[in-house]
Design a protein around this ligand. Structure first.
Ligand SMILES: [Mg+2]
Length: 373
């Protein structure tokens, strides 16, 4: 059996300051300390702690495969300790994503978001990790379609013979908890028909059609369906593999040259323009937004992340680049247009989605006053 390497990105909103803004330093330090310890013990090979707005993000590289109880336990314990610290500091929403109390072997379905990908290392394996705040898993539908199915975005689909067979998309119906696999280019229109409905369908995985190698893995948590009520947005993470018969890193980043609309933003109840940002701007401010996304680039090397001589992982902050200034400006222009509309659709999400928020409580008061017209 060839040696395999697993990339796990596990995230959780454990509490933030001020309001839903950023993960403060003491919580990041807890995560760093815990993962450093796990690395010293040889359980994991590399780690990188960062935050996407109010979400604490753990990037872990190891050789234990996807869904490994040991790895998930490390993440769960880290989030628990960070949430306890958040509580003692009276941070906002302390422990809000930890929906279950007892760990049962897998962190999926317990609140935190998970994206994992097990790969057989190639000669060189460039990876891009995306993490977003104030939005939901479907925020990846549009860019993933463009990266892996749109020849107007990805030149490789046209000129790289290794990509000629296209890609397969696993799509999750979050309402029914069912999945379906569609192949592009043959089923491009059907794929769009599904994933264009972003409130219900999410792309969960993407494989290269000719050999089924994994190319992208997205988190698909739907917190509302776990908790049965609004408990915050399912701020998503994604792992994408690049080059050598897969989209180039530049093709993976190209969809973010322009802003596009995602659900989330204030109280998880509004359409908002996605803004790609560097780590230094990974914080939501205006109307708790606009929804932001960071992108980290790195190389996988012998079961870990390529590191310098001191063992510090070499990570590139991909959206920290003037090339995305245009998207950021577009995002603010769209944000202004939407906010001028206040609580009128389409600025606010559809009535169907609002069912999972606090809006029905407000409308309930009016029920008895309605008379036949
Ligand atoms: Mg968040």
């Amino acid at each position: 059996m060839p040696k395999k390497t697993t990339i796990s990105v596990i995230k959780c909103d454990v509490g933030s300051l001020a309001g839903h803004h950023i993960v403060p330093k003491p919580l990041l330090e807890i995560a760093e300390k815990r993962l450093e310890k796990a690395q010293k013990q040889g359980i994991i090979n590399s780690h990188y702690v960062f935050h996407a707005g109010d979400d604490l993000e753990l990037l872990i590289v190891h050789e234990k495969g996807e869904g490994d109880p040991k790895i998930h336990k490390i993440a769960w314990d880290t989030f628990q300790e960070a949430a306890n610290k958040a509580m003692s500091l009276k941070l906002y929403g302390a422990g809000q994503d930890l929906l279950k109390t007892a760990f049962s072997g897998n962190i999926r379905g317990m609140g935190p978001g998970v994206a994992e990908m097990e790969i057989e290392e190639r000669r060189s394996d460039p990876i891009v990790v995306f993490a977003a705040d104030k939005t939901s898993g479907s925020a990846f539908n549009f860019p993933m379609f463009r990266i892996f199915a749109d020849p107007m975005n990805t030149a490789g689909l046209v000129i790289d013979p290794n990509m000629a067979g296209g890609f397969k998309f696993e799509v999750l119906d979050v309402m029914k908890n069912e999945k379906v696999v569609l192949k592009c280019p043959e089923e491009t229109y059907e794929l769009i028909a599904l994933i264009g409905t972003t409130e219900r369908y999410l792309i969960s995985r993407i494989m290269r059609a000719k050999d089924n190698i994994i190319c992208a893995a997205n988190s698909t948590t739907k917190l509302t369906l776990i908790a049965g009520k609004y408990v915050g947005k399912d701020d998503p993470v994604s792992i994408v593999r690049a080059q050598h018969g897969l989209p180039a890193v530049g093709e993976i980043l190209a969809p973010f040259m322009h802003s596009y609309f995602v659900e989330g933003w204030m109280r998880g109840s509004h359409w908002g323009p996605l803004m790609p940002v560097g780590l230094k701007d990974s914080k939501c401010t205006v109307f708790d937004g606009p929804p932001r996304m960071v992108a980290l680039g790195f190389q996988i090397c012998n079961g870990g992340i390529t590191s310098d001589d001191e063992g510090t992982p070499l990570i590139s902050d991909l959206f920290d680049d003037p090339a995305f200034d245009m998207a950021r400006r577009e995002a603010m222009e769209s944000a202004a247009t939407l906010r001028r509309m206040g609580e009128f659709e389409p600025a606010r999400l559809s009535a169907e989605t609002m069912e999972y928020t606090t809006l029905p409580q407000v409308l309930k008061k009016l029920q008895r006053r309605f008379k036949p017209a």
